[in-house]
Design a protein around this ligand. Structure first.
Ligand SMILES: [Mg+2]
Length: 227
């Protein structure tokens, strides 16, 4: 892909391991509150959280609604009697300081930043992502950080990519590539906008027909074979 000038890179579960970071955060909170933290807590949290994020991407739910619901559902499912609003608030504020990298994320950023202009593209809160990119020392690799909260739209919406393109400046759709782990946000969004997509698929899931990624990688280092 010799004509590529800019690379859009998702943050959560592409650069920073949301699962590892969330699990570390949950363990810290549960220990502090003297609640028992078992593996069930992690699996219940991720199942509920993933479901809620998919509803946000389908525009069935807003982020404030999700923040209201997330720990309420998790605590209910675990039969834990605790203030869910307080848990959500503490979860988000603690998570901001916990940024566990995905394997080979630094190597990929080093490599790509020598060849292309890099932009982060994330559905999240701006301050939260800046804090995490700073604490993981990844911020320096990016020209700009596009986060839905500031952009005013969420991936996969066209409006999200419109803002990215207008900020990046002089590039065409065939000169930009999107790398991300989410089929419903990154790959669908990229496909519909007409940019090439690289699906980060570390769990070796089946490659779907719709939305179909242009390339699939199981390790971040494999981008070297494509870009
Ligand atoms: Mg992601």
């Amino acid at each position: 892909m010799y004509m590529i000038k800019a690379v859009l890179i998702d943050i959560d579960n592409t650069l920073l391991d949301f699962c590892k970071s969330a699990n570390k955060t949950i363990k810290m909170l549960f220990d502090k509150k003297e609640l028992t933290c078992t593996d069930e807590v992690f699996s219940v949290f991720h199942e509920i959280n993933d479901g809620l994020w998919q509803r946000i991407e389908r525009k069935e739910l807003t982020k404030p609604e999700m923040y209201k619901l997330r720990w309420k559902l998790v605590l209910e499912a675990l039969h834990i009697d605790y203030d869910s609003d307080l848990m959500e608030q503490e979860f988000r504020s603690t998570l901001s300081g916990v940024a566990e990298p995905v394997d080979n994320a630094y190597e990929m950023l080093e490599y790509l930043s020598r060849k292309y202009k890099l932009y982060a593209a994330s559905n999240s809160s701006y301050e939260h992502q800046i804090k995490r990119l700073t604490s993981s020392d990844m911020l320096k690799y990016f020209e700009e950080i596009f986060v839905s909260e500031k952009v005013g739209a969420l991936k996969p919406a066209k409006e999200f990519f419109d803002v990215c393109f207008s900020e990046i400046g002089d590039v065409n759709v065939d000169e930009v590539v999107m790398i991300g782990d989410s089929l419903t946000a990154d790959i669908l969004g990229g496909n519909e906008y007409g940019i090439k997509t690289i699906w980060f698929n570390p769990n070796y899931l089946e490659i779907p027909e719709q939305p179909k990624p242009d390339f699939t990688i199981n390790s971040l280092l494999e981008v070297k074979n494509i870009l």
